[in-house]
Design a binder for this molecule. Structure first.
Ligand SMILES: Cc1cc2nc3c(=O)[nH]c(=O)nc-3n(C[C@H](O)[C@H](O)[C@H](O)COP(=O)(O)OP(=O)(O)OC[C@H]3O[C@@H](n4cnc5c(N)ncnc54)[C@H](O)[C@@H]3O)c2cc1C
Length: 498
């Protein structure tokens, strides 16, 4: 009998198979479609390729500002999709994990159709494969959530972008989370008239308040209609030109219409046809596979990893989960999941990224300071004329440790990566501010904000080139389109020149 079967070939499954085999287990991976899962074939990689096209259109329009004459960019959507396919294939050919998995002797069954449990140790696939193992790791990811409203079949998901032959003239994006905003931003750049409809009081409900406000303001300024708190969806219907969404709010009816309605209302586990009850695997109230801290399901020999568990649905989390689940499956429950520093971001225009606590959450933990540096006050952003945005650093007022970082603007996601390193390393704001940097850089904005926070905490600040720029003293900086963050001033400041 095989030691470990991994179901699903996305990032979680890939790492689970690799780790199990690395620990000496005879391992088999079975996946419905192509190896790589949603991340490689339908998620971040193709979506990032589309957003790169959107960014190039934006950058091409800036060329005149620097004295370079070109005509207005024209998008050939079919050619773009061919490029996306090329990118996906190229990435696929260079996945280092695949080589390692092959070298470790893992048997991979791709395109076997859906897997389901025949009994607690046996799986069968729609292609007729039947496998048995001591331990099984479920890594089947998720699917776009469906809403039980009439006419839902007339809506699309982000995956339908691959089937379009041309850019739709207009688009409703229903859901103002990360995924919806990426679709909206991309197709706005491609020339669609985009409306985002969010039922909550604001878009980006889980982001820092200032980030959500600044992104909404920037999207509106770029021509996207952002309708927050729009009400409840009643139905969708087909029209001659596309789709109509009917909704109601406070007893009043309304509708919105476009050539395409893209649903981005959340993600749910992909387990419906897996026969989990046969294996004794229970789901939680949200419909995801219930796991303990060792990623064990309610059946002790079956583990789950990645999106299917419904925790942070990101590639780095899925990869970590795969490793932890495989280690526990092979060695017994020895490796609990620890709190992780989880940076995230969206490649929209403007970009936004975050790591750690939002200001609201941080305030609930105790005394904090916040420091905000505006993009229009720093050298590199002025050189590149990317002046929209801000970087906010939140620090614990007692320990001076960095609790969170939130950025809107050019290279926001990259800036946040540096903040993630600082948080993971337990750095204090004055430690971060003291790190020497090249000049002028986007990352300098973060260090400048760290210096501002250190100053507020009365900590010695070693002057660096990037701190000469930026209007952070005395909290004069307020992010564009956002409310002031209310920095707490504390005591006298001591400065140290370098
Ligand atoms: C539009 C979009 C953009 C995203 N952008 C980012 C980003 O920028 N950064 C980031 O970190 N994350 C991003 N994500 C999230 C990221 O893609 C997921 O968190 C990640 O892919 C989860 O990995 P996984 O292995 O759990 O699942 P998946 O990647 O979904 O892989 C699951 C695999 O299991 C297979 N499978 C499912 N059911 C069965 C079955 N019954 N039998 C056999 N096989 C089955 C599937 O076919 C698939 O191959 C994005 C997601 C979307 C939708």
């Amino acid at each position: 009998m095989t030691d470990v079967i991994v179901i699903g070939g996305g990032p979680a499954g890939m790492l689970a198979a690799l780790s199990a085999a690395d620990l000496g287990a005879r391992t088999v991976l079975a996946t419905r479609g192509a190896f790589g899962g949603m991340a490689a074939n339908d998620g971040p990689i193709p979506v990032r390729a589309l957003s790169q096209a959107a960014r190039l259109i934006r950058d091409a329009r800036q060329l005149g500002q620097y004295g370079i004459a070109v005509s207005e960019p024209v998008l050939d959507y079919r050619r773009l999709l061919a490029r996306v396919r090329e990118v996906v294939d190229d990435v696929d050919a260079h996945i280092a994990a695949r080589e390692r998995i092959d070298a470790l002797g893992v048997t991979i069954h791709e395109h076997v159709g859906s897997v389901r449990f025949a009994d607690p140790h046996t799986i069968v696939t729609t292609a007729g494969l039947r496998l048995q193992a001591e331990k099984i790791i479920i890594c089947t990811g998720g699917v776009s959530r469906r809403l039980p409203v009439p006419g839902f079949e007339f809506t699309s998901t982000h995956s339908d972008a691959w089937r379009l032959t041309a850019v739709p003239p207009s688009m409703l994006v229903i859901g103002g989370g990360d995924a919806g905003l990426q679709v909206a931003s991309i197709f706005n750049a491609f020339g669609s008239q985009v409306q985002i409809l969010e039922t909550a009081p604001r878009i980006l409900l889980h982001a820092d308040d200032d980030v959500a406000a600044a992104v909404a303001a920037a999207f509106r300024a770029s021509g996207i209609v952002v309708r927050e708190n729009f009400g409840a969806i009643e139905s969708f219907e087909k029209t001659a030109a596309g789709v109509r969404m009917n909704f109601s709010k406070g007893g009043h009816r309304g509708s919105a219409e476009a050539a395409l309605a893209v649903m981005a209302v959340g993600w749910t586990a992909d387990t419906a046809s897996m026969g989990l009850a046969t294996a004794g695997v229970e789901l939680n109230q949200r419909g995801f596979v219930e796991v303990d801290e060792y990623l064990r399901t309610s059946a002790p020999h079956i583990f789950a990893a990645g999106d299917v568990t419904g925790r942070l649905m990101l590639v780095p989390e899925a990869i970590q989960d795969g490793f932890v689940a495989a280690t526990n499956a092979v060695r017994g429950p020895t490796m609990p999941i620890r709190d992780r520093v989880s940076p995230s971001g969206s490649f929209t225009d403007p970009e936004f990224g975050q790591v750690g606590l939002t200001e609201t959450k941080a305030r609930q933990t105790g005394n904090i300071v916040t420091a905000v540096v505006r993009f229009d006050s720093t050298t590199r952003t002025i050189i590149d004329d990317r002046k929209f945005g801000f970087c906010k650093v939140i620090a614990d007022a007692d320990t001076s440790r960095i609790l969170g970082c939130h950025v809107v603007g050019e290279r926001a996601v990259d800036i946040v990566q540096v903040a993630a390193i600082a948080i993971a390393g337990g750095m204090r704001v004055d430690d971060l501010a003291a790190v020497p940097l090249s000049f002028p850089t986007y990352e300098g904005i973060l260090f400048n904000a760290a210096a501002s926070a250190a100053w507020q905490l009365g900590l010695p600040v070693v002057w660096r080139a990037h701190q000469v720029e930026g209007q952070w003293q005395g909290n004069s900086a307020t992010p564009p389109g956002a409310v002031p963050s209310g920095v707490t001033e504390r005591g006298a400041l001591s400065m140290q020149a370098s």
